[in-house]
Design a protein around this ligand. Structure first.
Ligand SMILES: *Cc1c(COP(=O)(O)O)cnc(C)c1O
Length: 396
């Protein structure tokens, strides 16, 4: 039975390989951190993790996870509404709402699920979803699962958003959906202007804070802090898998009735397991740490400013960034691969991105800064970029 599709799949796989689009996994044998060990035994500096605050291997989160393992065990063996809700889950949901200044929150196994389960329960065929063209795959999939009409506007283009809002003017409800930070460029969505347009055209606003929460804004409260619009975004989704410890877990936070209805109707919440106590316990401790001090945010912001200034000074062409993502533009796909390979030889672990992950002819190295990076790590990375850049003729 398998024979026929097996040939077909092998064919497809070799096409992926021939197109140079085959993704392989690099094996890491240490914990996630600024310095990681690869299976070759080589130690390298990691500049491609979403470990923005350096919490992935933080002793306080490890201790909190262990403590929750001791008090609440390993697994929940249930979805939330049957017997998968502990006091810890409720505490974490309250802490998320506190952090974002929202009314209530609901946890999911991942933000992919939060985005996958947010549209279908809230919007029907009479409604319109207006989505930024660079929004994350999980938003695109979530929108597909709803019956609402779909409109797309050019990335962060407010004139085009206004046109789409006008096109959707006959809908019962309208919602504008955007990533807070766009992961390939590091630009921030102009959420203040989006809110202004949404008010003008009577639309709701949803922001996916996956790359912005913990990072953007003076104290890391995300784009609503940066634009001074706390409480004015109706729906925020986010992840515990990036700045917030990097383990697993997602959430939706926002208006009370929206969250309440999601608990009744959102399919990834109703039909998928509750996240384990260890992850929830560490999440609670993480939000306590965020409330105590913005030290990690400060360090991240300083590291980012320093790296961006130095890489520009070295002569590299970078995308304007307002986040902890710095896209070093190389334009040519092959060059981006060669550049990343040589950087690894120099002990700097980054990835070269090219079409279809970014537009054709816009290949780049995406550098992600972290509060875990020490000054000497940044200097080492800049020296390696400069060396490889000169060898490959990217800079003078
Ligand atoms: C990473 C990411 C997600 C998915 O988050 P997970 O919790 O890893 O599923 C969703 N949206 C955006 C914008 C992301 O960057």
């Amino acid at each position: 039975m398998y024979g026929k599709i097996k040939e077909h799949l092998k064919n497809e796989l070799s096409q992926i390989r021939e197109a140079g689009l085959y993704k392989s996994e690099r094996i890491i044998t240490s914990a996630q951190d600024a310095v990681i060990r690869l299976d070759s035994g080589k130690e390298v500096l990691n500049f491609c993790a979403n470990n923005y605050l350096g919490l992935s291997n933080h002793p306080e989160l490890i201790a909190a996870a262990k403590s929750a393992l001791d008090t609440h065990g390993f697994g929940m063996s249930s979805v939330r509404f049957i017997c998968g809700t502990t006091d810890l889950h409720k505490e974490l949901e309250a802490k998320i709402a506190d952090f974002f200044g929202t009314e209530d929150s609901i946890l999911y196994a991942a933000c992919f699920d939060a985005n996958g389960g947010v549209f279908e329960p809230l919007f029907g065929e009479e409604d319109a979803i207006i989505s930024d063209s660079l929004n994350h795959a999980s938003i695109i999939d979530g929108v597909r699962l709803s019956k609402a009409r779909r409109f797309r506007y050019k990335n962060a283009d407010m004139a085009d958003l206004e046109v789409q809002l006008q096109n959707a003017s006959d809908a019962r409800f309208r919602i504008v959906v955007t990533d807070g930070v766009f992961s390939m460029d590091g630009n921030v969505a102009p959420v203040d202007e989006i809110i202004r347009l949404a008010q003008k055209y009577d639309a709701l606003v949803m922001v996916d804070e996956c790359h912005s929460a913990g990072v953007v804004g003076e104290t890391g409260r995300g784009v609503t802090e940066r634009f001074n619009v706390r409480g004015k975004v109706d729906i925020i989704t986010g992840t515990l898998g990036k700045a917030f410890g990097g383990a697993i877990g997602g959430f939706t936070t926002g208006k009370r009735e929206i969250i309440e209805l999601l608990r009744q109707r959102s399919r990834p919440y109703l039909f998928s397991n509750a996240i384990p106590p260890s992850v929830v316990g560490a999440g609670i401790r993480m939000f306590e740490m965020m409330a105590e001090t913005s030290e990690l945010q400060n360090r991240l912001h300083q590291n980012t400013e320093y790296f961006v200034a130095k890489i520009k000074e070295a002569g590299f062409d970078i995308k304007p960034t307002k986040s902890a993502i710095c896209a070093v533009m190389l334009y040519d796909a092959k060059l981006s691969q060669e550049f990343a390979t040589r950087l690894l030889e120099e002990g700097i672990y980054v990835i070269g991105f090219y079409y279809p992950v970014v537009p054709q002819g816009e290949a780049r190295i995406r550098v992600q800064l972290s509060a875990a990076h020490k000054h000497e790590h940044l200097d080492q990375a800049i020296a390696a970029f400069t060396k490889v850049g000169k060898i490959l003729g990217v800079i003078q």
